[in-house]
Each structure stands twice: as structure tokens, then as C-alpha cells.
Design a protein around this ligand. Structure first.
Ligand code: SAM
Length: 308
């Protein structure tokens, strides 16, 4: 279904299902011969959501042989490349938090937390406070499922169940966030699901809430000429055709916002932050994974690290 201003979802539908999809990719990546990440919560969380295609993927019952079109795993969103990309992305944000903590930051915010299990799987200092923000059904599902599995957060976790198009800064403050202290923020797998002006507004809000010494890591999605949108949507659909034949029932082309948008690092520099971006291939190489064809898949995504 096409997006609307106040649309909502759970983890099996619309934008929420993308959180289940990337968690399934983390489960696949965690099982690699030489894994770059270890997310033991990914598979049980995906299983609990109950979408058959993602459960089979997470459990290893659907393999590259089923989903990579017999091209040796080189398809732009073949499962091998997708899991590699998600492994590198996960490590990038894990490393970002480790660096922020080493620099003395004790307050962190995961925007659009989805099935992110960092509050349960990373080592945090005793005086850390971690906030997670996502839509109410997404927040409630992860909390209940992990509690049911006997998992406990490894830090003080405060969840903020609100849409990021609403007044989330007020909700975050109510949960105890202290904007006079430095904070570390991540926006992983989020911006493509926000219209370009909402991305700007979110960055403005983060800036307003960030004391000097704060840091931000974000996944920046490319800007597109408005006229290219139809062609891009068609390409997106085609790239998951084979997955669809195995029961994949998600049309990204309806979920994402295309068109012209700000380049995240540049936008932040314009607001006085020091910011750098690394394309997907830099991350893949950094973590010992093969690079992608630069014209394909999500090679044009940029991972931004910024400090105020
Ligand atoms: C691709 S998933 C990424 C989840 C998580 N960051 C990860 O990488 O595993 C996209 C997430 O963004 C959340 N999201 C997208 N738009 C949102 C909004 N307007 N308000 C709150 N959450 C939003 C979805 O609920 C979903 O959990």
C-alpha cells in the first residue's frame, strides 16, 4: 500500500516489515563462515514476527542458491550481497557506539530501532542510558518478545514509542533525555522511508538536542532526479522478483521516498558539525568483505559519521 502522512505498521507490514527483513539478513550474516557480526537475537526475533519468507531466510532454509538467480551471488540484492551489506552496516554502527563510549559519551539514541538488539548484545558502561525510538507496535513487539526469550538489556534501556513525524523530542525529554549532555545518535536504515523535508527536519531536531561533544552516525540515501522515479521504482521491483517467487511480499518501491534530498554529511557540515561519508564499498572492504559493482544495489548508500 502507498505511504500516507500518518501511516502506521507492525513488524509484518509496510515499513515495519523492512525491519524484519534486515534482521533476517543479520541472522544470515551471523551464520557466515567468518562472520563480521554476531547477532544471536536476530533469528528468534524474526521467527516471532511469523512472516514465513523471513523466517525461512533467517533460519537458513532459503539459501543463496534459491535466491541469487544462479549468478554466483553477484545479483545486486542477491541474499549473499544483501547479508554482506547488512553485516558491514551493523559493524559500522556498532563501532560508532564503541568509539562514542570510549570518548566518554553516556547517552545514546537509536532512531527507528526496529529489531536492533544493540541494547541486549553490546557491552555498555554501567552509567550508560540508551533510548530507542520507533512506532509503538514495533517497540512493544521487540520488548515483549525478548523478555519472553529471557533476554535482559545490558544497559539502562528506555523505549520511546512514537512516530518520528510527531513530536518525538518532547517524548524523548519525557523519558529523561538530557540535552545539556553529549549524546550519540544513530539513524540506520531510516532516511529512505522519510520524505526529503522530513529528513532535514529530523537532522535539525537532532542538532537542537545535541550538546557539544555529541556524535551522529547515519545511513544517507542518494538523491534522485524527480524524473527518474518511475524507472527506479521499476528496477527495485525487478531486483526482488526472484524473492517474490519464494513468497517475499514487500514492494520497496511503494515504501521509499525518492526524489531530490540533502546529502547528509553536507547538511550537517552546514549546521556546524564535522562530518564524513563512506560509501558501502569502503565499509565492505574495511570489514574484509568483497566490494559490490558500483552501479548496483545499494553501493550508492553513504555511511556518515559526524561530531559536534
Ligand atoms: C529498515 S528498518 C531499520 C531498523 C533498524 N534501524 C535496523 O537497522 O535494524 C526501518 C525502521 O524505521 C522505522 N521507521 C520508519 N519510519 C518511521 C517513522 N516515521 N517513525 C518511527 N519509526 C520509523 C520502522 O518502523 C523500522 O523499524
Amino acid at each position: 500500500m502507498a505511504r500516507s502522512d500518518n501511516d502506521t505498521w507492525d513488524l509484518a507490514s509496510s515499513v515495519g516489515a523492512t525491519a524484519t527483513m534486515v534482521a533476517a539478513a543479520r541472522a544470515v550474516a551471523s551464520r557466515a563462515d567468518e562472520p563480521v557480526i554476531n547477532d544471536p537475537f536476530a533469528e528468534p526475533l524474526v521467527r516471532a514476527v511469523g512472516v514465513d519468507f523471513f523466517t525461512k531466510l533467517a533460519a537458513g532454509e532459503l539459501t543463496p542458491a534459491d535466491l541469487d538467480a544462479g549468478d554466483g551471488g553477484q545479483s545486486p540484492v542477491g541474499i549473499t550481497r544483501f547479508a554482506d551489506g547488512m553485516a558491514a552496516r551493523t559493524r559500522f554502527f556498532d563501532d560508532f557506539f564503541a568509539d562514542a563510549v570510549a570518548a566518554g559519551v553516556r547517552q545514546a539514541v537509536i532512531l527507528a530501532s526496529g529489531l536492533d538488539a544493540r541494547a541486549y548484545r553490546l557491552d555498555w558502561p554501567a552509567d550508560m542510558v540508551l533510548y530507542e525510538i520507533d512506532q509503538p507496535e514495533v517497540i512493544a513487539f521487540k520488548k515483549q518478545t525478548l523478555a519472553g526469550l529471557g533476554a535482559r538489556p545490558t544497559t539502562e534501556l528506555r523505549t520511546v514509542a512514537i512516530d518520528l513525524r510527531q513530536d518525538w523530542p518532547a517524548a524523548l525529554a519525557e523519558a529523561g533525555f538530557d540535552s545539556s549532555r553529549p549524546s550519540a545518535w544513530i539513524a540506520e536504515g531510516l532516511f529512505g522511508y522519510l520524505p526529503p523535508d522530513a529528513q532535514d527536519r529530523l537532522l535539525d531536531q537532532i542538532d537542537e538536542l545535541s550538546a557539544p561533544g555529541s556524535r551522529l552516525a547515519a545511513e544517507g540515501v542518494p538523491s534522485h532526479h524527480e524524473g527518474d522515479s518511475e524507472e527506479l521504482r521499476e528496477k527495485m521491483k525487478e531486483s526482488t522478483d526472484l524473492w517474490r517467487s519464494h513468497g517475499f511480499d514487500l514492494d520497496f518501491s511503494e515504501l521509499v521516498f525518492l526524489g531530490e534530498r540533502a546529502e547528509v554529511a553536507e547538511y550537517l557540515r552546514g549546521h556546524g558539525w564535522a562530518a564524513d561519508g563512506a560509501p558501502t564499498n569502503d565499509l565492505l572492504v574495511r570489514y574484509g568483505l568483497p566490494p559490490m559493482n558500483p552501479d548496483e544495489g545499494f553501493a550508492d548508500v553513504v555511511y556518515v559519521s559526524a561530531a559536534k
